[in-house]
Design a protein around this ligand. Structure first.
Ligand code: SAH
Length: 217
């Protein structure tokens, strides 16, 4: 693991201030971003840019989300300590670490085996005992651990994944970007076993949510 220096902490403080200026006021979210060294989750070549508010490549044609987007989705979930949160799209593991810092029990699913292995190793080394990682197809969720208090999808979904809705608790919240090229963020409240309230939020750009695992097995 790289080291987390005062220089990194200083840059992180400026990043957090910038995110707060862009409209994220949730203290628990801002404190979590302040605590997690984002440069641990990035390739050596990009580590100098870890505290710039932008997405960066993490291999396998995927990206670590922009910190503002991570903050936006985390705030929308209204996480309470010990809630069970399902994340689709582990990627680097950064978003999972933010949710864990907010007190959630995180179940995170990744379809790319190489990313799953890398993120699992890093999160374990960092001591996150409240994060469990899975190499699966996120369209199917994790039925054996359902229902979840909250669900977060960090890849652009062409449509609303029905199986994920079924794995959400009544009273739970799902935050998901839906669309092909660009995505509209949807915040879905499960009102009863059969009723949902779908709130449309801002526009974002995510890598696509694909079907099946890679490599196939
Ligand atoms: N949350 C990540 C960013 C993820 S980028 C982070 O903090 O770094 C989106 C990720 O979703 C990619 O790693 C991609 O491989 C993964 N993904 C895409 N479709 C998926 C699916 N059906 N199931 C699980 N993961 C998926």
């Amino acid at each position: 693991m790289p080291s987390d220096t005062y220089r990194h902490k200083g840059m992180r403080k400026r990043l957090v201030d910038g995110i707060a200026k862009k409209g994220i006021k949730d203290k628990a979210v801002l404190e979590a971003i302040m605590r997690v060294p984002r440069h641990f989750f990035m390739e050596l070549a990009f580590q100098d840019w870890a505290y710039v508010d932008k997405p960066f490549p993490i291999g396998e044609e995927q990206t670590i989300s922009q910190p503002f987007t991570v903050a936006y989705q985390s705030a929308a979930l209204e996480i309470k300590p010990r809630e069970h949160v399902l994340e689709i799209g582990t990627g680097s593991g950064y978003q999972a670490a933010i949710l864990a810092e907010m007190g959630a029990r995180v179940f995170t699913v990744e379809r790319q085996e190489a990313l799953y292995l890398k993120a699992s190793k890093l999160l374990e080394e960092m001591g996150y005992t409240n994060i469990r990682t899975f190499w699966r197809d996120g369209w199917k969720g994790l039925p054996e651990y359902a229902p979840f208090d909250k669900i977060i999808v960090t890849a652009g979904a062409a449509e609303l994944p029905k199986q994920l809705l079924e794995q959400l608790k009544v009273g739970g919240i799902m935050i998901i970007p839906i669309g092909i090229e660009n995505q509209k963020m949807h915040r879905i409240l499960k009102v009863s076993e059969s009723k949902y309230k779908d709130e449309l939020l801002d526009d974002f750009r995510f890598v696509p949510m694909l079907k099946g695992r890679n490599p196939k097995s």
